[in-house]
Design a protein around this ligand. Sequence first.
Ligand SMILES: *Cc1c(COP(=O)(O)O)cnc(C)c1O
Length: 348
Amino acid sequence: MMAMVKADAYGHGMEDAALAFASAGCTRFGVAELCEGVRLRLSGITGDIYVTIGFDLEDVDSFFSYDLIPVVYSFEAVSALSKKALSLGRNIGVHLKVDTGMSRLGLLPENVGPFLNHISELKGVKVVGVMSHLPASDQPLSGSTETGLKNFDVACGELDDNVDTICHIANSGAVLNFPDAHCDMVRAGIALYGYDPAGQVGGKHGGRYGEKNGLVPAMSFHSRVLQVKELPAGTGISYGHTFVTEKSTKIAIIPVGYEDGFSRSLSNSGEVLIHGELAPVCGRICMNMCMIDVSTIAGVQAGDEVVLMGTQGQKEISADDIAAKIGTISYEVLCMFGNNNSREYQVG
Ligand SMILES: *Cc1c(COP(=O)(O)O)cnc(C)c1O
């Protein structure tokens, strides 16, 4: 298992998440960018760290000084690594990225053979892995995973029978849906944070699709009520007065806005939990605040806990619930909330 901890571990905090995974026995970690890999190494993580989206050629020395594993897809990158390896008198293992149908980063399958030949002539660089990525493993019926796996098989077939070489293609969707795709290693991201990549199924507050796989969200988002007041009928709320009260309305103001990842797209549509009840956002979400209609909830006071994501009493708001409202996926909601707020960790 490679634990994907890019994007600050999907908003959960890269160092803390990686330490938690390490203490659970994980020894391989994936980041996108080189600077993330350096940061992770400096945090004291001792396992393998893979840098998956390439790097500036002038930064190749970081792979040696921080003991990071490069993912490569260009002659220029392997040549730069080879040169550096020779000048340091060292060797470096690289993983080859193949594009098997995602149409993102990687060599097209027909170029894998020639590329491997090229690398075999370079000193100091050895291919120790081949990897690819699947575009729709969360949709088991799409057919693209079968195609991707077939192309990946062909690409891996170009390798010498080198026992040291590992092949990996499975993201969370393939971990959950395609046992045949697990190969030598899987690279799980969203599932480690408690969500199924397929997101929410069902209607309003349909919960988490991941529930069926026993996935439990790691992140919740909490705040407190700043002020409560009663406004008469006909009162406009927030910028643009896009919400006007129809009757006397009790609103709670909370110190969460789009700056905190509570997307402005949730204006007049988002919900939060107060006293265990769902309460709607009224009016536009401001930069640092928003207004919540608490007319139907008795006794709300300044200081009361507000849950923007997570459970309170019997009710839950999941990242999938929020994502469905604004046309995105749990991944983005977790990044927005997690990467814009202070975090508290609990072992649970
Ligand atoms: C992010 C990422 C993953 C993990 O994807 P999930 O859908 O979160 O499991 C796997 N492989 C690569 C290369 C990635 O960038």
